[in-house]
Design a binder for this molecule. Structure first.
Ligand SMILES: [Zn+2]
Ligand SMILES: [Zn+2]
Length: 150
Protein backbone atom coordinates (compact mmCIF):
# COMPACT_ATOMS: atom_id res chain seq x y z
CA UNK A 1 0.00 0.00 0.00
CA UNK A 2 1.00 3.61 -0.54
CA UNK A 3 1.52 5.81 2.54
CA UNK A 4 3.25 8.95 3.80
CA UNK A 5 5.85 9.24 6.55
CA UNK A 6 7.61 12.24 8.12
CA UNK A 7 11.39 12.00 7.79
CA UNK A 8 14.55 14.01 8.46
CA UNK A 9 15.82 15.63 5.30
CA UNK A 10 19.46 15.03 6.28
CA UNK A 11 19.09 11.27 6.48
CA UNK A 12 19.31 8.72 3.71
CA UNK A 13 15.73 7.64 2.91
CA UNK A 14 17.00 4.12 2.27
CA UNK A 15 17.56 3.79 6.03
CA UNK A 16 13.80 3.55 6.55
CA UNK A 17 13.87 0.28 4.61
CA UNK A 18 16.15 -1.39 7.15
CA UNK A 19 14.29 -3.69 9.50
CA UNK A 20 16.16 -2.49 12.59
CA UNK A 21 14.85 1.03 12.00
CA UNK A 22 11.27 -0.08 11.59
CA UNK A 23 10.25 0.53 15.21
CA UNK A 24 8.47 3.47 16.69
CA UNK A 25 8.32 5.13 20.05
CA UNK A 26 6.02 8.02 20.93
CA UNK A 27 6.71 11.72 21.04
CA UNK A 28 6.59 13.16 24.52
CA UNK A 29 4.56 10.45 26.24
CA UNK A 30 5.69 9.00 29.55
CA UNK A 31 7.34 5.60 29.22
CA UNK A 32 4.88 3.86 31.50
CA UNK A 33 2.09 4.88 33.79
CA UNK A 34 -1.44 6.26 33.56
CA UNK A 35 -2.60 6.83 30.00
CA UNK A 36 -3.09 10.52 29.31
CA UNK A 37 -4.69 9.95 25.92
CA UNK A 38 -7.82 8.32 27.36
CA UNK A 39 -7.52 9.50 30.99
CA UNK A 40 -7.41 5.85 32.07
CA UNK A 41 -10.81 4.96 30.64
CA UNK A 42 -9.39 2.76 27.88
CA UNK A 43 -11.65 4.36 25.26
CA UNK A 44 -11.07 7.40 23.08
CA UNK A 45 -13.06 9.30 20.52
CA UNK A 46 -11.42 8.51 17.20
CA UNK A 47 -11.22 10.91 14.29
CA UNK A 48 -9.42 9.77 11.15
CA UNK A 49 -7.43 12.70 9.78
CA UNK A 50 -7.09 11.03 6.39
CA UNK A 51 -10.87 11.07 6.03
CA UNK A 52 -11.48 14.61 7.28
CA UNK A 53 -12.79 15.69 3.85
CA UNK A 54 -15.32 12.89 3.78
CA UNK A 55 -15.29 9.14 4.34
CA UNK A 56 -13.13 7.01 2.13
CA UNK A 57 -14.59 3.54 2.02
CA UNK A 58 -11.22 1.90 1.48
CA UNK A 59 -9.30 3.97 4.02
CA UNK A 60 -6.78 1.55 5.55
CA UNK A 61 -6.55 3.60 8.75
CA UNK A 62 -10.21 3.54 9.76
CA UNK A 63 -11.84 1.20 7.25
CA UNK A 64 -14.30 3.97 6.38
CA UNK A 65 -15.49 4.29 9.96
CA UNK A 66 -13.99 7.77 10.09
CA UNK A 67 -14.89 8.72 13.65
CA UNK A 68 -16.41 7.40 16.84
CA UNK A 69 -15.42 5.72 20.08
CA UNK A 70 -12.62 3.20 19.85
CA UNK A 71 -10.26 1.24 22.07
CA UNK A 72 -7.46 3.56 23.15
CA UNK A 73 -4.42 2.78 20.99
CA UNK A 74 -1.87 4.11 23.52
CA UNK A 75 -2.77 1.78 26.37
CA UNK A 76 -4.64 -0.80 24.24
CA UNK A 77 -7.69 -0.35 26.45
CA UNK A 78 -5.79 -1.04 29.69
CA UNK A 79 -5.95 2.51 31.09
CA UNK A 80 -2.20 2.50 31.72
CA UNK A 81 0.67 2.54 29.26
CA UNK A 82 2.72 -0.63 29.39
CA UNK A 83 4.03 -1.06 25.88
CA UNK A 84 5.36 1.87 23.88
CA UNK A 85 7.84 0.28 21.49
CA UNK A 86 5.87 -0.84 18.49
CA UNK A 87 6.75 -2.63 15.30
CA UNK A 88 6.70 -0.37 12.25
CA UNK A 89 6.98 3.31 11.43
CA UNK A 90 4.13 5.80 11.70
CA UNK A 91 2.51 6.74 8.45
CA UNK A 92 -0.76 8.02 7.01
CA UNK A 93 -2.57 6.65 3.98
CA UNK A 94 -2.87 10.18 2.58
CA UNK A 95 -0.48 13.12 2.54
CA UNK A 96 -3.33 15.37 3.69
CA UNK A 97 -3.89 13.13 6.72
CA UNK A 98 -0.23 13.38 7.70
CA UNK A 99 -0.23 17.16 7.26
CA UNK A 100 -3.37 17.55 9.40
CA UNK A 101 -1.81 15.36 12.07
CA UNK A 102 1.42 17.39 12.14
CA UNK A 103 -0.59 20.58 12.35
CA UNK A 104 -2.69 19.20 15.20
CA UNK A 105 0.46 18.15 17.08
CA UNK A 106 2.14 21.50 16.46
CA UNK A 107 5.13 19.50 15.22
CA UNK A 108 8.41 21.21 14.40
CA UNK A 109 8.85 20.66 10.68
CA UNK A 110 12.28 22.27 10.32
CA UNK A 111 14.58 19.96 8.37
CA UNK A 112 11.81 17.48 7.61
CA UNK A 113 10.46 15.99 4.44
CA UNK A 114 7.63 13.63 3.60
CA UNK A 115 8.54 10.22 2.25
CA UNK A 116 6.02 8.52 0.06
CA UNK A 117 6.40 4.81 0.72
CA UNK A 118 5.29 1.53 -0.64
CA UNK A 119 4.77 -0.47 2.54
CA UNK A 120 3.10 -3.41 4.20
CA UNK A 121 0.79 -2.87 7.14
CA UNK A 122 2.35 -3.84 10.48
CA UNK A 123 0.36 -6.12 12.78
CA UNK A 124 0.94 -3.55 15.52
CA UNK A 125 -1.22 -0.50 16.32
CA UNK A 126 0.11 3.04 16.18
CA UNK A 127 -0.15 5.01 19.43
CA UNK A 128 -2.07 7.64 17.46
CA UNK A 129 -4.36 5.25 15.61
CA UNK A 130 -7.27 7.35 16.93
CA UNK A 131 -6.05 10.04 14.51
CA UNK A 132 -5.74 7.65 11.61
CA UNK A 133 -2.04 6.85 11.97
CA UNK A 134 -0.85 3.45 10.83
CA UNK A 135 2.25 1.44 11.57
CA UNK A 136 3.85 0.17 8.40
CA UNK A 137 6.89 -1.77 7.28
CA UNK A 138 8.33 0.21 4.36
CA UNK A 139 9.40 -1.78 1.30
CA UNK A 140 10.31 0.96 -1.14
CA UNK A 141 10.72 4.74 -1.12
CA UNK A 142 8.50 6.03 -3.95
CA UNK A 143 9.23 9.75 -3.65
CA UNK A 144 10.43 12.47 -1.33
CA UNK A 145 8.15 15.51 -1.02
CA UNK A 146 8.98 18.88 0.52
CA UNK A 147 6.62 20.09 3.22
CA UNK A 148 4.37 22.90 2.11
CA UNK A 149 5.47 26.29 3.47
CA UNK A 150 3.73 27.46 6.63
ZN1 LIG B 1 -9.95 7.02 7.45
ZN1 LIG C 1 -5.39 4.94 26.95
Amino acid sequence: MRCFHLYSSGEDPAEVLRSRHQWSTPWGLPEHGPCDKCGGSGTVSGRCLSCAQGPRALCPACGGRRRGPMRCPSCEGQGAITRIRRRGVSAFPTREGLLRYLHERGADLEGRVILELDAALSADTDLDADRGALLVLPKRVVAEHPLPPG
